[in-house]
Design a protein around this ligand. Structure first.
Ligand SMILES: [Zn+2]
Length: 236
């Protein structure tokens, strides 16, 4: 039984960094792919700051992270992915960035967009600014920008059509209202995360941490392992 309605066949995940999808919704994505849905990924930044290795350069890191993302997408069954190549740490709510996200929505024409939480929480819980910015621009793009033809009319002139997305599912939120049972897909989530060697290293402690988090999220719905989202429904 799937928490994702059957009629939703196309899902677009929009994140800030390579590996955000795997941490936030890798089990759900594996499940949706296994159910025969088309899942696409757009990563906003190239992840070129995420290293504590003092000999690492941003240029080299961006290449490594793109290759890691490609491997992880294969593990999960993602149909296609794009990295927009904005510099890690510095994405902003610019018109240029929004145009890129709107273009992705008008191209892939998703029933559901999965994105990050745009809200800054006043807690010690580590929350990256890029995550908030990517989440905010994703939601602003779903409604109203991708929907209305007078936003980015140059895209319409090129042949793209306006698109109405039915729902956005926001991951990493404080108060989720939909839980996906990923019990059968936790291993695949962990395998996808292991592809991001530049971030998780040898993966020591990774599996335990991921299982623990997913088990905690599973307590409310009564699943062994879960991922959680806040669901926003739009009028179509
Ligand atoms: Zn991130």
């Amino acid at each position: 039984m799937s928490e994702m309605p059957d009629e939703y066949r196309t899902i677009l995940v929009i994140t800030a960094h390579p590996d955000d999808m795997e941490f936030g919704c890798g089990g759900s994505v594996a499940k949706w792919c296994a159910e025969g849905r088309d899942v696409y990924l757009v990563v906003s930044t190239n992840g070129d700051k995420g290293s504590s290795d003092r000999t690492m350069t941003s240029e080299r890191l961006a290449k490594i992270r793109a290759a890691e993302q490609a491997e992880a997408c294969k593990v999960l069954g993602i149909k296609a992915f794009t990295i927009l190549n904005y510099p890690d740490g510095f994405i902003a709510e610019t018109i240029e960035f929004q145009a890129d996200i709107v273009r992705a929505i008008r191209t892939y024409r998703p029933d559901v967009v999965i994105c990050q939480d745009p809200v800054r929480r006043l807690s010690v819980f580590a929350q990256h600014r890029d995550h908030r910015v990517a989440g905010s621009v994703a939601l602003d793009s779903v409604f109203p920008a991708a929907r209305d033809h007078l936003y980015f009319p140059e895209q319409i002139a090129e042949g793209l059509e306006p698109h109405k997305t039915a729902e956005a599912w926001v991951m990493g939120v404080e108060h989720p209202d939909v839980y996906v049972d990923i019990t059968d897909y936790i291993d695949r989530k962990i395998a996808a995360l292991r592809c991001h060697v530049s971030q998780v290293g040898s993966g020591e402690g990774l599996e335990e941490r991921v299982r623990q988090n997913a088990a905690t999220l599973g307590e409310t719905p009564g699943f062994a392992y879960a991922e959680a989202f806040k669901r926003l429904k739009y009028r179509r």
